[in-house]
Ligand binder design. Sequence first.
Ligand code: ASP
Length: 575
Amino acid sequence: MERTCYNANLSIKDVGRSVTLIGWVSKRRNLGSLLFIDLRDRSGIIQVTVKDDVKVPDVRNEYVIQVHGQVAKKDVPNPKLKTGEIEVIASKIVIINEASTTPLIIDDETDALEDIRLKYRYLDLRRPVMQEKLKIRAKIVKSTHEYLDNNDFLEVETPILTLSTPEGARDYVVPSRIHHGSFYALPQSPQLFKQLLMIGGLERYYQIARCFRDEDLRADRQPDFTQIDIETSFLDENQILNLMEGLLKKIFKDVVDYDLPLPLRRLSYEEALNRYGSDKPDTRYGIELNDVKEIVSKTSFPLFVNSMYSKAIVVPGIAEKTSRKQIDELQLEAKKFRLSSFIVLKVKDGHLEGSAAKFFNEEDGHVLIKNIGAQDNDLIIIASSNSLANVCFGLGALRSKYARELGLIKANSYDLLWVVDFPLFEKDQDSGKLSPLHHPFTRPTKETAQLLLNDPASVHASAYDIVINGYEAGGGSLRIYDQKMQKTIFEVLGLSQEDIKSKFGFFIDAFKYGTPPHGGIAFGLDRLTMILSGSDNIRDVIAFPKNLKATCPMTDAPSKIDQTQLDELGIKIVE
Ligand code: ASP
């Protein structure tokens, strides 16, 4: 089809030029002697002006049209448009296709509910804000290809129909027609395959990989999502982190023109937890956690005295406006973190106030205020428990809640750091069972590996997470490459010999044929796109996402299948 260029390629330099444009009618205003059409294409909107001596067919919103005309300077520029200094004076307009009235407003601002937007996603995608996010996504992918290609990485695809991979979520499974009663699992990640590629001698692998995890959905989670999946041989942790910092630097430069200062800060898991109450801390604001065990142990409050851990945060300037009701609501939050309560104190005229203030004598109250740097009108929140994790995660959640509410987070700012030196296992508080904090192929650190059998909870992992603006944007580890060690880990995790054989036999087997030391990482492409497009909803950065009920309102997936198909698969549905 004849077309000169995209709308937004035109500028004041093109005045006088004859052009043919194609696009959708975004808006039309008929002023009698003049008709104005806002013509939208992928690049943006340009104003088309039709004078009354030109015969125009009846064009309506979202019609696809071709415009022949001449670029002219606008008398009054429109600062809202990239092409706002110019317009196209039409000489001929041709309708390419008509459009029915759309069920949602196609504009950056739309009042459509999300399920309507998802049902008519192809219309939702016409909104410039949505296209912008997909462009950012594509730029990240392009940068990634360029960087990894320049650094000798080979792009390799791995199977989608496969065996369960242990990333800790529930699998999506696909029944086999040929082998009734047997199921493929969709990969939770290409973890096993990328390690096998290292054993296969590929040395540097990557893939923009689809992963599938059947988990409860949230604003930053989808059942199928995309990872930039990477694995390398013969590199140590430092070398991998440096190489990956280079990738992030290029992505941030190419996509948002931000010069990422390197090297990135590295925070141990322990420090992240103790200072920020999170293993993915946002360090763009303060409200850090303070250890107050010593001072609160002197009070007459039994919870303080009997708990092994007590920590406090200071929320600035909100004591006066914090109501009784809000404090009661905080207590509900406490339950979520298995804490019996958060103790809330206010600072007024240099003294503690609030119902828990009575447990502090005058002097201890002053020491507390001084030690944690509280000022008048600040709120002090103390959490106590015998579980350090509960205290930290509880206060960490309040820390980010108040930062959001008080507007302490600078917009369009980036905070990147590595969290390193994780524990290898986490212990379930009820059952006491150990499970891997990352996945069971993570290598213990040299210094702690000997504790595996006698004190596994104290073993540290050669693992690292990249945290951006409080999101875990990626994570990886050095892997075990010794067959005996891998077997031991499975045993510590309580897998029977049979389980090990049936689930990972092929994998462990491969280890005996000269496995190179290897390690890797996976970045969440969706999360990176969210961060770089300033979006807090993962569904906005995926072309065709599922809703929170894990269904697709457009295709109605998942759907029932007919009896013949069920019979072929040997499946009976139990209602
Ligand atoms: N497979 C891990 C994940 O998907 C990442 C890695 O260890 O490379 O989270």
